[in-house]
Design a protein around this ligand. Structure first.
Ligand code: NAD
Length: 455
């Protein structure tokens, strides 16, 4: 591991990655390789957890291709020193922010969007001029393999490389000195990463998880809400960091919402969900068993069918899960959807204040005042009004958590900024040297007292 980091650091010091044309050349090569291997990527993720090809194209390959497209098109303007207005105290000067790469960065990815979450941060890292080491998840070995194939084909090892493996490999990597660490995964492992980074004061982005509520009030369009919640929840078989974790629904529309959710699920996947080509599987036996354990003692309204042979768990709706129950303890991360009724804002508050700040929150309502109340009262990474999940698809919006759901954000230009240090530079000529700041100070004391307006 140490040798890999040293080789990359040495390459970084050659200054090659500082050239914008060099960065663009490799971003283009990466783009071509992803296009070339798009079918193989789909096959790999299908082998890992039967993710439907459409979902892989939508949320993995085309997602990163769009990020690449933007980075290649915009890199010149992103990387240009940005002129800032000067302060009177420094007049005459011209002031700038220079974007500089951190150096050698480590990217650790999870299994749930195994291609996107390894490659999207890489695009930001390379656009900003860094070298990178990627550690994909060991839980999706077929995707890990295709990532190795693409990266080895496109990049010299001292520029970008992949280290495969599990916890041990990850911890060995974390023991090295990095210039930036970008981690996507659970809050628990996020704490381990943060501690390792502290040793060298390495800056981090932590993209973590949370328990995301979707609130449906009495004014909501229930049929549309059901479709948009079900799509966001059962996409990737519920293994999405920004999927609805549980629904808080006004008691007057609860039955209608349940009815619409059931109809929607049937219309998406037919009545034979296990044989639908459009519904993925839970990623491993361990995760599957963890989900089944959450169903113990719960009132199942719909679903619950399962098959350990391929870790199949049907989209499952639960009625009025208790806050103390296993399913309401932590992030569910599977196709289980507790539906809980509320009557007052105070009821909502009981749930919202019981959990750490989530990665996402969604509100379905036609009442603008209600929407604004939720938006202004509660802190969460991001979200949507009258939809779920799709805020991730706007590259102009920062994607990241707050508090226990993460530190930092990325996508589009924000990725470039994340992987760049903003270096403040003030430029002066020597033709004028106003003496007010030089001793003896007594001559400029009156001037000093007026400085508050001049910085
Ligand atoms: P995880 O934290 O178990 O693993 C993530 C990565 O860390 C993997 O590469 C793994 O090998 C490594 N790792 C695991 N244990 C480690 C340890 N003890 N020390 C060092 N490294 C270790 O997460 P996961 O199960 O792969 O992914 C699911 C989690 O990720 C969920 O909590 C989900 O919400 C979160 N997530 C967040 C985002 C986001 O963008 N915010 C996106 C996807 C997933």
């Amino acid at each position: 591991m140490q040798q890999i980091v040293e080789n990359q650091r040495e390459f970084f010091h050659t200054q090659h990655t500082k050239s914008i044309s060099f960065r663009k050349e490799y971003l283009k090569k990466l783009m071509s390789a992803i296009e070339k291997y798009e079918d193989e990527i789909c096959d790999a993720i299908f082998l890992d957890f039967k993710k439907p090809k459409f979902e892989t194209i939508l949320t993995e390959t085309q997602f990163v291709l769009a990020e690449l497209n933007t980075a290649i098109k915009k890199l010149n303007s992103w990387a240009k020193p940005a002129r800032k207005s000067t302060s009177w105290a420094n007049w005459p000067s011209s002031d700038y922010i220079y974007k500089e790469p951190y150096g050698t960065v480590l990217i650790i990815a999870p299994w749930n969007y195994p291609f996107q979450l390894a490659i999207a941060p890489l695009i930001g890292a390379l656009a900003a001029g860094n070298t990178a080491v990627i550690k994909p998840s060991e839980i999706t070995p077929n995707t890990s393999e295709i990532i190795v194939k693409i990266i080895t084909e496109v990049f010299p090892e001292n520029y970008v490389t992949v280290v495969e493996g599990g916890v041990e490999a990850s911890q060995n990597l974390l023991a090295q000195k990095w210039d930036y660490i970008f981690f996507t995964g659970s809050s628990k492992v996020g704490q381990i990463v943060y501690k390792s980074a502290a040793k060298y004061l390495t800056p981090v982005t932590l993209e973590l998880g949370g328990k995301n509520p979707t609130i449906v009030d009495a004014t909501a369009n229930i049929a549309v809400a059901a479709r948009r919640i079900a799509w966001g929840k059962f996409l990737n078989a519920g293994q999405t960091c920004i999927a609805t974790d549980y629904i808080l629904v006004h008691k007057t529309v609860k039955e209608k919402l349940i009815h619409e959710l059931i109809e929607t699920i049937k219309s998406f996947y037919s009545s034979e969900i296990a044989s639908s080509p459009d519904f993925a599987r839970t990623v491993s036996a361990k995760h599957f068993e963890g989900l089944l354990a959450m169903l113990e003692g719960e009132k199942i309204i719909f679903g619950g069918e399962n098959n350990p042979v391929d870790n199949y768990l049907a989209p499952t709706l639960l009625d009025e899960s208790k806050m103390e129950s296993k399913v309401m303890e932590g992030e569910i991360f599977g196709p289980i959807l507790p539906i809980i009724s509320y009557e007052t804002l105070a009821d909502i508050d009981t749930y919202m204040s019981n959990y750490e700040k989530p990665l996402a929150t969604y509100v379905f309502s036609a009442d603008k005042k209600f929407q604004d109340t939720i938006l202004s009262k509660y802190s969460f990474g991001g979200g949507a009004i009258n939809d779920t999940v799709i805020h991730i698809a706007n590259k102009n919006l920062p994607f990241g958590g707050v508090g226990a759901s993460g530190i930092g954000a990325y996508h589009g230009k924000i990725s470039f900024d994340t992987f760049s240090h903003s270096k403040a530079i003030l430029k002066k000529g020597t033709w004028l040297d106003i003496p007010l700041r030089y001793p003896p100070y007594k001559l400029s004391l009156d001037f000093a007292k007026k400085l508050k307006k001049m910085f």
